[in-house]
Design a protein around this ligand. Structure first.
Ligand code: AMP
Ligand code: GLY
Length: 413
């Protein structure tokens, strides 16, 4: 089977590694990939869905696996629908579960999926009225993808009004930010659950916990995620049962609304007394993928094929009992401004039981250079998080680049 993976982050590095381990994979490409994906795939630069389609036709690709949300929201799956090339991912209609916060909330409300109370507004005036029925902190979410930066948690009316001005008057996210979801603030602990979607049926993978803030003790700005571990310690039998009920409701909704795609649904939960859904993504999470896929014993390509046929079952997915933890090395300054192009040394000197996924790196001659905010995911396995933490942090010392920065508290407590 000839496979093309779309994307260039740590998630795609982990997907490529896992697919390359399948006996069914005969040739693997990654667009555009990074210095890590080169270990098991041929990197190729394709700049649009149309270029991906042309390349796939001309190179007899059998399967395209899409990493990031943008190509899905832009309709890559629909573009391939008339061809006999399979694409694993949500079609344009289903991708609205991620691409529109309002669409996702309406879906949850309709199918009784536990979530935060909300109201949707389309102007500053409507917003000023709506916030009267919420208390503080209050969560304000611009509707569209907004490069993942549309959510703001406000502690006062002044902060809300300031954000409304940015959204409706300054139009910082253009049209994407002129529909806005106002949400009740939920207390609790977050957990991520990636699920295969097999024609609308949901088959969960193992849970994970992502660290979103840039600094230790969850201080500083929100990022794409700078550390992660799997499984989440919150997922005991009681919680799993509750989540199973939520998954049934989501699955019923997917089928009734004809959002019955084959791909991934990433569910962000806030867990307090009851698990509530914070968000949907229609793709693998990053860095969740870097800790969930290494724990998967089953063949990923086989799971993807079954999911595309609509026959994937929970029993098809087998998991290792060991835990997995990753710490992301970032470029100093991320998530704001940072420098790129710094030489990285020491990746090959890590211990045998440590794996380094590449988030944003590139090759320059014989050198590997930093190429983005998140650079490398240093990943380890073990029976306890304390044991893995010790190994991972010891190995982080061996990897050197000028702008290296990382959290010291991943997996603590
Ligand atoms: P989202 O993109 O909707 O997941 O929001 C990004 C982050 O904002 C989440 O991972 C949470 O940390 C936080 N967040 C979003 N919605 C809420 C909420 N209703 N209550 C508390 N925190 C939230
Ligand atoms: N780790 C969160 C995300 O992938 O959106």
């Amino acid at each position: 089977m000839k496979v093309l993976v779309v994307g260039n982050g740590g998630r795609e590095d982990a997907i490529c590694k896992k697919i390359s381990e399948s006996s069914k994979c005969t040739e693997l490409f990654c667009s555009k990939g990074n210095a890590g994906t080169l270990r098991y795939a041929k990197n190729i630069v394709l700049n649009s869905n149309e270029e991906i389609f042309e390349f796939s036709k001309n190179n007899n690709i059998d399967l395209v696996v899409v990493g990031p949300e943008a190509p899905l929201c832009e309709g890559i799956v629909d573009l391939f629908s008339e061809s006999n090339i399979k694409v694993f991912g949500a079609n344009k209609k289903s991708a609205r579960l991620e691409g529109s916060k309002n669409f996702a909330k309406e879906f949850m409300k309709k199918y009784d999926v536990p979530t935060a109370k909300y109201e949707t507004i389309k102007s500053k005036e409507e917003g000023i009225k709506a916030i009267e029925s919420f208390s503080y902190p209050i969560v304000i979410k611009a509707d569209g993808l907004c490069a993942g930066k549309g959510v703001r948690i406000c502690n006062s009316k002044e902060e809300v009004l300031e954000y409304f001005t940015e959204l409706f008057e300054d139009k910082i996210f253009g049209q994407e930010g002129t529909t806005v979801v106002i949400e009740e603030f939920l207390k609790g602990k977050e957990a991520s659950l990636l699920c295969f979607v097999s024609k609308g049926n949901l088959i969960p993978m193992e849970s994970a916990r992502d660290y979103k803030r840039i600094f230790d003790n969850d201080e500083g700005e929100n990022t794409g995620g700078v550390g992660c571990y799997s499984p989440s310690e919150l997922f005991n039998d009681e919680l799993k049962l509750k989540i199973e009920k939520t998954l049934e409701k989501i699955s019923e909704g997917l089928k009734k609304e004809k959002l019955d795609y084959s791909g991934i649904l990433f569910i962000g939960f806030m867990i307090d007394e009851e698990p509530k859904v914070l968000e949907f993504n229609v793709r693998f999470g990053d860095p969740e993928t870097e800790v969930v896929l290494p724990r998967m014993k089953s063949d990923l390509l086989l799971a993807i094929e079954k999911s595309l046929d609509g026959t994937l079952k929970k029993e098809d997915l087998k998991w290792k009992s060991e835990k997995c933890l990753t710490v992301i090395l970032t470029s100093r300054g991320y998530p704001k401004n940072y420098e790129k192009g710094k030489e990285i040394i020491g990746i090959d000197s890590v211990d045998e039981d440590i794996y380094v996924y590449h988030n944003n790196t590139k090759v320059n001659g014989s050198k590997i250079l930093t190429d983005g905010g998140r650079v490398l995911s240093v990943t380890g396995f073990g029976n306890t998080y304390d044991e893995i933490r010790e190994k991972v942090y010891k190995n982080i010392e061996k990897i050197i680049f000028e702008t290296k920065q990382y959290r010291k508290d991943i997996g603590k407590n």
